[in-house]
Ligand binder design. Structure first.
Ligand SMILES: Nc1nc2c(c(=O)[nH]1)N[C@H]1C(S)=C(S)[C@@H](COP(=O)(O)OP(=O)(O)OC[C@H]3O[C@@H](n4cnc5c(N)ncnc54)[C@H](O)[C@@H]3O)O[C@H]1N2
Ligand code: MOO
Length: 400
């Protein structure tokens, strides 16, 4: 049986991902979307030379060492209401944080160093040109490209978009996703378990894992290992851009997902990857729909979703780095030798007393062992046939 290398499988998936489609979203709906057009500043920020302090706007040259130390208070500039005149030699204007610096002034002295007596102001420090002034356009200039296409929008970048006066953004349309669990033995959480029944847990991890990248993730529930039940439920699921099944992906007599998919006209691109957990992953397409047949084992389902589906979704959205974040960290303890399959090993990330961050493999490797996956902070990517690594060796990890 030949098993497909992980990279080949990813490349085959990426080949089937459509080019990103534009969609315009208002800022409050834009978090997590990926920009398709650059964010361009629609004005200078700040729009005028602005004071960074509550204090007094002065001409620094009036205070050159040994020269006049007291100036005459002639007015006020506050946020939203500027001082209209020009500051002349020997004059000072009361100013507040964010307010426009009057023409002629080139320095703001904070009020803590000012003394005001009978309409005149003196300072305990020497004013210097440029002090406590944010020049017009200091943050960004009108027309400047602030965020590039491919940027995933965060609360930080959305605050920037608002500051740039952009009420909407052009982003990539997100796919709709249908999740379908398969298996005669499955019951929903909360039910009383009859003998040989298993709680269907996969969808409860997959839906929140995929949701940040999707327009909607619909849980289509459980299909039985019965051709017509599975066919009907898969047919409905195929309305979505992406269909994700779990279970029935292997070689058992009840593993009929692939047969039903073929019957529905799905073209299978590949089946079985050279990795553990997750070997029986299946991928195919029908028209515009992509179908991922994940293994039923709970750890295999979540790991294959992390290794293949998340990059597929990032690619769909046109993200810069479709593989997502990767770290290289030293091992906190030795990593045992690997088999011929690439191993995505559960691990915790810890910060030692010295402050060094290290990754500690979790010895549990069973693909049905959900509690160890829940404890893991990362997956160590251990290459095929790796002879094992000593503590301190650097390994690549996928943070979870
Ligand atoms: N003879 C062989 N047997 C198996 C092979 C093989 O190559 N030859 N591969 C093994 C590997 S590796 C995996 S992974 C599993 C995957 O099997 P399936 O995708 O067919 O999964 P099922 O048999 O349906 O279920 C496996 C296991 O997971 C439980 N399960 C299923 N769905 C859910 C769910 N939604 N939530 C929680 N748990 C679920 C199910 O009850 C089984 O215990 O095949 C190996 N066998
Ligand atoms: O692919 Mo399986 O996940 O090794 O049990």
């Amino acid at each position: 049986m030949s098993l497909l290398p992980v990279e080949t499988a990813l490349a085959k998936i990426f080949e089937r991902i459509p080019a990103p489609q534009p969609e315009i979203v208002a800022l409050p709906e834009a978090n997590g979307h990926v920009l398709l057009e650059p964010l361009l500043a629609r004005h200078n920020q700040p729009p005028f030379n602005a004071s960074a302090m509550d204090g007094y706007a002065v001409r620094a040259e009036d205070f050159a060492e040994g020269v006049s130390t007291s100036v005459r208070l002639v007015g006020t500039s506050q946020a939203g209401s500027a001082y209209s005149g020009t500051l002349n030699s020997g004059e000072v204007v009361r100013i507040f944080t964010g307010a426009p610096v009057p023409d002629g002034a080139n320095c703001v002295m904070m009020q803590e160093v000012a003394t005001v007596t009978e309409g005149r102001v003196s300072f305990s420090e020497l004013p210097k040109a440029g002090k406590s002034i944010r020049p017009m356009g200091y943050d960004f200039a009108d027309g400047e490209a602030l965020l590039a296409p491919g940027t995933r929008l965060t609360p930080y970048s959305l605050a920037l978009a608002a500051a740039a006066n952009a009420p909407t953004l052009t982003v990539a349309r997100r796919p709709t996703i249908a999740v379908l669990s398969t298996g005669d033995e499955l019951v929903l959480p909360g039910a009383a378990l009859a003998p040989s029944q298993i709680v269907a847990s996969n969808a409860f991890g997959l839906v929140p894992l995929l949701s940040p990248f999707a327009q909607a993730v619909a849980d289509h529930g459980i299909a039985r290992d019965d051709f017509s039940d599975l066919r009907g439920k898969l047919e409905a699921a195929l309305e979505a851009d992406i269909v994700v099944t779990s279970g029935g992906a292997s070689v058992g007599d009840h593993d009929i997902v692939q047969d039903v998919l073929k019957d529905l006209g799905v073209e299978i691109d590949f089946w079985r990857i050279n990795m553990r957990p997750g070997k029986p992953l299946m991928f195919g397409t029908r028209g515009k729909s992509l179908i991922f047949g994940l293994p039923g084992n709970p750890v295999s389902a979540m790991v294959t979703a992390t290794v293949f589906l998340l990059p597929a979704l990032r690619r769909w959205l046109g993200e810069d780095e479709p593989l997502g974040p990767r770290l290289v960290l030293p091992l906190a303890e030795p990593l045992p030798p690997n088999t011929a399959r690439r191993h995505f090993q559960r691990a915790t990330i810890e910060t030692a007393g010295s402050g060094a961050t290290r990754v500690r493999p979790i010895s549990e490797t069973d693909s049905g062992h959900t509690s160890s996956l829940a404890q893991a902070h990362a997956l160590i990517i251990q290459p095929e046939n790796d002879p094992g690594q000593p503590a301190g060796a650097l390994v690549e990890v996928i943070p979870l």
